[in-house]
Design a protein. Structure first.
Length: 389
């Protein structure tokens, strides 16, 4: 019996440049220069040391994201990750040891970036591109153009999902400056995502974060948090306008959890203010939805029925969670809407607490008419009876 000879595994695809060599080289050289600049950070006090570690984390994560955007495969990203020296310690590092570790890693990663920049001539470009003002740009075939558009759309959808997850997992304002691994990881993800969305805005974002983390005054630092959080919301809104239709979800009767889960996702996006309008807000509503509101977000509830029950539940919940909850009532209220940070509005086909329980449900985003709708309900809120300030 003839023995079959196994076919050798095919070689992994060779990385290709996704932009011109000149552009890629300029970006890599800029990252190398920024890495060298880390050595100029004053580490004479704990604040300076924390700033050095934060700047390094942001710099390193951005480098990895940049390599992913420059090449068609993740081979260079993996090479970059593998060049980072790893140390094993059995006790907390002293200040000088922490400084030495950061600088050792930054130097190794800068050498890796230098090596990649020197090898750019070995990689061909993935598609015809213009190499200068005097060069002609070759046209894509229709099929290739459609494939590129699909690829770009898929990339935008992945980036949108990443930014929405970053917003949902934003650390509480009271601990956001703490030099913890979770905070460093969050800032690294956020920096990389904004840089992928808009490299120029990414640099501005990095400066906001650096100032937020390094300035000694908590009050001065707090002024920078709304700046970088607003930029994340700007990125989300811009990408949604390109790749996502306004949210429109329909729920069959009995799909109570699916309805709740969609509302929960909207609540978790709120960073500053959330306004619910529903004539049937009661204690059940508060116990179901308000646990998903992050600390520091102001909650406003506009209702017309059972305001007393909602107020009692809000009193107990607010004491336990230290959440600011305002309740007002308007007898003529019939609609069910939720406004998130004054930037987005969603209308529910039924009461929030009963969504899809006894009949089909709906959750739809209001986009074109949003400014007018927001004005109408902010006016209603202003004129409503205060039940709980």
């Amino acid at each position: 019996m003839t023995q079959k000879i196994p076919r050798p595994a095919s070689a992994p695809p060779r990385p290709e440049l996704l932009e011109s060599r000149e552009s890629a080289r300029a970006k890599l050289e800029d990252r190398i220069k920024r890495g060298q600049g880390l050595s100029g950070i004053d580490t004479g006090d704990p604040g300076g040391l924390n700033r050095l570690e934060a700047e390094y984390q942001n710099w390193s994560r951005y480098n990895r994201t940049l390599l992913g955007s420059l090449f068609s495969t993740d081979q260079l990203q993996r090479e970059y990750s593998e060049c980072t020296p790893h140390d094993v310690v059995n006790s907390p590092l002293t200040g000088p040891q922490r400084v030495r570790r950061v600088r050792m890693r930054a130097e190794a990663q800068s050498r890796c970036l230098t090596s990649i920049a020197e090898r750019l001539e070995l990689y061909r470009t993935a598609s015809p591109i213009s190499l200068g003002s005097g060069s002609s740009t070759s046209s894509y075939r229709k099929g290739a153009a459609a494939e590129t558009a699909t690829s770009n759309s898929d990339a935008d959808k992945r980036l949108l999902a990443e930014i929405e997850d970053i917003l949902r997992t934003t650390p509480d304002a009271s601990v956001h400056r703490h030099p913890t691994d979770d905070n460093f990881a969050w800032f690294g993800r956020a920096q990389a995502a904004v840089g992928r969305w808009d490299p120029a805005k990414g640099e501005i974002f990095r400066k906001y974060v650096s100032s937020f983390q390094s300035v000694p005054s908590a009050r001065e630092a707090a002024s920078n948090r709304p700046r970088f959080m607003s930029m994340l919301h700007e990125a989300r809104a811009d990408i949604r306008s390109r790749v996502a239709e306004p949210l429109a979800e329909v729920f069959a009767e009995g799909q109570v959890f699916r309805y709740f889960d969609e509302v929960r996702k909207l609540i978790e996006l709120a960073q500053e203010d959330i306004l619910f309008i529903d004539p049937y807000i009661n204690a059940e509503f508060i116990s179901r939805f308000l646990p998903n509101v992050r600390q520091g977000v102001k909650v406003r509830l506009l209702t017309s029925k059972d305001a007393h029950g909602a107020v009692q539940a809000a009193d107990l919940f607010s004491k336990e969670r230290n959440l600011a909850i305002s309740i007002r009532s308007e007898p003529s209220l019939h609609d069910r809407l939720v406004f998130v940070d004054g930037r987005e509005c969603y209308v529910s086909g039924g009461s929030f607490k009963d969504g899809a329980k006894r009949s089909p449900g709906m959750l739809m985003q209001i986009s074109d008419a949003f400014p007018a709708v927001r004005q109408i309900y902010e006016t209603k809120w202003s004129g409503a009876k205060v039940e709980r300030p």
